[in-house]
Ligand binder design. Structure first.
Ligand SMILES: [Zn+2]
Length: 143
């Protein structure tokens, strides 16, 4: 299981604080609204995704706690439009759903990977004072 693998391999995981409960609550409201099939289907999909993510979070938090680790949650704002190399924040950096290209420094990456690095940085930088050298900002990427 993915959560077990993550919990065993890493001492901590950083997740976006997505307000899952709110998402599933509003989606549920949409599902229950009759006569609007498109909205209903979209609402149901969101609801299923939110439930799956919520469950993933709970499992991961439990398993990490059991192994002495922890989950850190960070504000998800701007993680998808900020360059993980130079910090430039611009909506135009995000070419499309998949592609990130920084207009300031030229850093190119898969948009999800760039966002994941930003989330990791946001969750680990406050405690980065104890890190010894700059290098790769003291972070390891799970391949
Ligand atoms: Zn950049």
């Amino acid at each position: 299981m993915t959560t077990t693998r993550i919990a065993k391999r890493f001492g901590a995981a950083v997740l976006e604080d997505l307000k899952i409960r709110n998402m599933s609550a509003s989606a549920k409201g949409t599902v229950e609204e009759p006569g609007r099939n498109v909205a209903r289907k979209a609402g149901l999909s969101r609801s299923i995704l939110a439930a799956a993510w919520y469950r993933f979070e709970l499992l991961l938090t439990d398993k990490l706690a059991f192994l002495g680790g922890s989950v850190v949650k960070v504000d998800p704002r701007y993680t998808s439009v900020t360059c993980s190399k130079c910090g430039s924040r611009d909506k135009a950096n995000r070419e499309n759903q998949a592609k990130f290209l920084c207009l300031s420094c030229g850093h190119a990456d898969h948009a999800d990977v760039n966002a994941a690095v930003n989330i990791l940085l946001a969750g680990t930088l406050p405690s980065a004072a104890s890190e010894t050298s700059g290098g790769s900002r003291g972070l390891e990427r799970a391949a």
